[in-house]
Design a protein around this ligand. Sequence first.
Ligand code: ZN
Ligand code: FE
Length: 734
Amino acid sequence: MRAARSVQVRGVVQGVGFRPFVFRLANANALTGWVLNEESGVDIHLEGTDPALDAFLRDLRTEGPPGARITSIDVRPSESAGLSEFRIRESRSNGHPTVRISPDLPVCEQCLEELFDPADPRYLYPYINCTNCGPRYSVIESLPYDRPRTTMKSWTLDSLCAGEYHDPSNRRFHAQPVACPACGPRYTSAIGEAASLLNAGKIVAVKGIGGYHLVCDAANSEAVHTLRERKFRKEKPFAVMVRTLEVARRWVDLSPEAEALLTSVARPIVLAPAKVELTGIAPDNHELGLMLPYAPLHYLLFEAGCPEVLVMTSANRSSEPIAYQDDDARERLAGIADAFLIGERPIARRVDDSVARVGACGPVILRRSRGYAPGVVATLPVSRPILAVGADLKNTVTLVIDGQAFMSQHIGDLDHYQALQSFERTVQDLVSMYQVDWKDLLVVHDLHPQYVSTVEALKLPVLHRRAVQHHRAHIASVLAERGQWDTRVVGVSFDGTGYGDDGTIWGGEFFVGSVRGGFQRVMHMRQAVLPGGDAAARNPVQCAAEFLSQIQDLPTLDFPDRYQRSLRLVEKQVRTFATSSVGRLFDAAAAILGFVRDVSFEGQGAMWLEHIAHAASNVDRYAFPVLQEQLDFRPLLRAVAQDRAIGRDLGEIARAFHRGVASGLCEAVQKLSGQYGTSIAVLSGGVFQNELLLGDAKAQLESVGIDIWTNVAVPPNDGGISLGQAALCGVFDA
Ligand code: ZN
Ligand code: FE
């Protein structure tokens, strides 16, 4: 007796080899019918015996290709049409597409075997790929995803590639970037030569999937030092690429969760505790960021005998966006790289390496880009299209179509002209790829009138715009990931800076409310008045001056001259601004403990403080009490200053400071949770990238019965803001 089923599969199921997989699975189970791509996913019609149908459906869930992410499978009984074979049908197209563009995928096991098989036509071919692997978002120029709309359009398939491309039983059936040495793009310089140069301590600019890397031997401190000098990157940690997981285990401590993250299809840079001395690679850091090879080219470099641990850092000067176009790379990297390894396949858009770690609350993404973007990060209960333009630092944008929130790759800091160009292009790309009509679009931006993203949002040709306060967006980003629209929570946003309702700079805020009902600010850290505008964010001593100027009975501390100058600025109230930023509080504490130079990247003071604190254990906590609905930093910093003056171990002071911040947070949350009747605390904002603080806060809150919710799919830093903006505005308005 033959039965029939109609199956709808949703999620990332296009451009990842899903139809050929369905074709093979149906044939293996002697089922007939068809499969086709349609705009919201893949539709399957199946005919056969009940046991065969059951077997198919079981394996459909578990055996799919590595890049597929199934979000739902809907199975319904259907009429048997007496079909005699299983076919892959032409795609169906009706309304606007909500299909998901696949992120870039790492080269798969089967392609790797071919890559190193001398008998294979693609032996040592750096652009080998199949439907299970290879570039996607980084080569797509427009939708639907077909070769003429990718950066592979100028290479015509030869008979080998065409044969595979058109064969439904082949792994390369409809693999859009398929190519071979006879018909496809090439690397214009020798990979072996690049490997020799790396062995000789040279710096090589290597074109990869989403941009160029600057590469050198991580074990060669001279090479690493030279790279820092030429790149004008004084202290920010470099990431490394290691040849294998075994090598990774020699360099860092890897938990099973961290290994899973490292080997996942996104292949992010994973931060993990280092086992080796990191002087040049990650100064003042106990963590090392490392990743495994993901492009065929990386495997070829290692096979050619290059060092087994390579510094692999974004190819740029200082903190500019990563170079991805050949001419631009040659020009910008001319004084940095000794040699170039350039491939012919163009990169459609800049896609940086993603960064993640397994933290106190589980895996967390710190930079969401290659391997993740432009995936769905949340499903919102809204029908109108929304574009949220994010914040100015670590910018991302989120487009919501039919409730699906697609988050862009990491765009970067919008004060760089090239990042601003990427921002404009990404907005145009997403809106046109998903065929959104500008006039239907609700645009959401930050409350800060002088944010570049705000100014850009005001230029867009739309009728509807809303502003969302920065820290409310942080809190909403966590709730959006979890699909929690009505749950009342205490939201804690500890952050660098963000424009507040009252025009002052916030960053130590407590809210109560829900996404649908809105968030009321109910508590915050006592404000400091910082001198010097933005300069205060760059110099911890300036922060210390004002925080300490509010404190009586301070011991004499040894500060550079800048300290007195800053104090005078504050007294005269010249160029000052009020802030409740916990990020700046960390800077002030770092300065008291001796970090008195300018920071060379955002959050460096806090990172240094965490680094010196992490080895100290069994330490008391300084007081950080709630006083008149404000967290009072004065006892906290007074204790830091006093212990510093009597010469207490710096690590212990830093540790007691972290525990103090956590206990202040906990006291405030406990108070609010009693007052407003909720036992859930949502923590988001850049300060929560600090693992010591997060771990302490978690331990303390859980011991009093409060649940902690943090970001998982999007970063807790400003990279997650665009999701929060979209959710808060979309749901609040709906
Ligand atoms: Zn493959
Ligand atoms: Fe922020």
